[in-house]
Write a protein that binds this ligand. Structure first.
Ligand code: SF4
Length: 119
């Protein structure tokens, strides 16, 4: 999948990440969900929406690796359809709760939602 241009800092989620901690730990502390349980099964491809640059599974895997694209991807802001749903993937991950934490972290670290998803 074409993930578009990489942000300038792709090795870690942001310069502030070392102070805030890795995304996996933040998600675990906030939701009790361990995104390291993602099995890369890609069954969540069914939730792809037009304009998404990562699958939900790729978003989880990027966040597990603490990559900046987990916070800069368009997928993060185009997953609103999932947010109101009590949805657990085949690995038992609560996708909506994880997306909400990633959106909050993105804002905390200065990543702006795309203008069409402005909040
Ligand atoms: S369905 Fe769950 S386990 Fe499978 S790739 Fe998506 S997030 Fe990961």
């Amino acid at each position: 999948m074409d993930t578009g241009p990489e942000p300038s800092n792709t090795s870690t989620a942001s310069p502030q990440s070392s102070r805030r901690g890795p995304l996996r730990a933040i998600i675990l502390a906030s939701t009790g969900e361990d995104i390291g349980r993602c099995t890369h099964c890609d069954l969540c491809e069914k939730y792809l929406q037009p304009g998404m640059d990562l699958t939900i599974g790729e978003l989880m895997q990027s966040a597990t690796r603490d990559e900046g694209r987990a916070l800069s991807s368009r997928t993060l802001w185009l997953a609103d359809d999932l947010l109101g749903r009590a949805l657990r993937c085949q690995a038992g991950l609560d996708i909506a709760s994880i997306v909400l934490v990633l959106q909050r972290e993105a804002i905390e670290r200065g990543y702006e939602p795309p203008p069409e998803n402005g909040r």
